[in-house]
Design a protein around this ligand. Sequence first.
Ligand SMILES: NC(=O)c1ccc[n+]([C@@H]2O[C@H](COP(=O)([O-])OP(=O)(O)OC[C@H]3O[C@@H](n4cnc5c(N)ncnc54)[C@H](O)[C@@H]3O)[C@@H](O)[C@H]2O)c1
Length: 436
Amino acid sequence: MNDNSMDRRTFCLDMGRLVGGLAVLSSAPWLHGCTEESIAGIGKEVARIGMIGVGSRGQYHMHNLQGIPHARIVALCDTYPVNLEAAHALCPDAKTYSDYRALLEDPEIDGVVISTPLYNHAVITLDAMAAGKHVFCEKSMALTMDECKSVYDAYMASDRVLFYGMQRMYDPKYIEGVQRIREGLIGDVVGMRCHWFRNADWRRPVPSPELEQSINWRLYRAYSGGLMTELATHQLEVCNWVAGKVPVECVGMGDIVYWKDGREVYDSVNVTYRYSDGRKICYESLISNKYNGLEEQVLGKKGTADLSKSFYYLEDDNEISGMRHLMDDIRKGVFAAVPSAGPSWRPEYKGEYVPHQLASEVLGVNAGQSMVSAMHDGSDLAMSAFCTSCINGERAANIVEEAYSSTMLCLLGNQAMDEGRLVRFPEEYKIPYLKF
Ligand SMILES: NC(=O)c1ccc[n+]([C@@H]2O[C@H](COP(=O)([O-])OP(=O)(O)OC[C@H]3O[C@@H](n4cnc5c(N)ncnc54)[C@H](O)[C@@H]3O)[C@@H](O)[C@H]2O)c1
């Protein structure tokens, strides 16, 4: 343990205090690893963790792991010496490796945390499970649909624990928000709108030109699926969690609108996904304007919930009368002539939107504007749950399946944009878990 160590109970989700209480465990069964009972069950045992990839996200995970009493980082691996040295400075007692296969041979390691670029997630995950290690891999699952299927099949054939870095699944404000939506808070869910807007080039400084692709891997197609696999993957998972199913098809448009700097991935994406019942997810992401920030809006017949900001709005709050609406419009000069369509005429907008808090506590992170490097956004709980699973060998329900489906949707979105056509979820990649 070190200076940021906390009591094990810090890593329990207090189900009694969450809105929806124990019902949460049936709609989010992966949270069993965070219950008091589960954490008490591991006694004083500690999971010995090897880090593979210790760049930005890997070091963030190290920080979280160093605060988890039932975790100890025992080994670090990175192919880039600068990052390996920086990580070693954070954790001087850990062994260091430049080849992850050598790290996997170390019998002192129970589980590995993979925070490498997307293109090698699948191969390292497969090798790690084959070497008998439990695995926490960052999202997304893999760069291709075939790789996703290989990882899923290997997981099903193995007894190893596998987690993915989808921290919203462990974030109390999402857990409560999804639960309340499922319990009918905003009426029938009729659609979803998600977006993630930033205004930055996504580039990192490169000390020498031959390192361009390995450092700026996000920008190149051999390494990355761009905005879809980096950002959309989190948000599409949330949509499926709310809907309890997976879209059947999508269409989209992707372009490089602003950052014409040699990158290969789109800097502007719009993808519409359709569920079998006709409901849609409108997904949009742009990295040259941040006015709209980050939102995950669930549209219900009675109201709208924004899971990222943890607010909801009801359609009936402050509803203005049709006559008042008409008078307002006339005063504002909206109409050249007075429209009067008799009793069928209804106001088209609300007088004022009144936000209500969605989760029981104020759990917003950066006022919902950015989740990046956010503290207590579920990443620490997810890592704690992984370490608990490394000790007791119990798999967390549904995580692999959720990672599989959200990654597949990102890859389908990219395919729809690349090919400019409607793409259906391919039969050969349907797994039994998925409901359409
Ligand atoms: N869950 C989240 O919110 C979140 C946030 C940020 C990043 N991520 C994910 O984390 C992963 C890493 O992102 P990042 O921003 O830390 O990238 P990064 O470039 O900062 O770090 C990746 C590191 O992996 C190393 N690496 C590459 N190949 C390797 C190999 N074969 N063996 C060992 N090390 C290897 C690189 O040298 C680098 O140090 C990505 O999959 C990204 O999508 C997730």
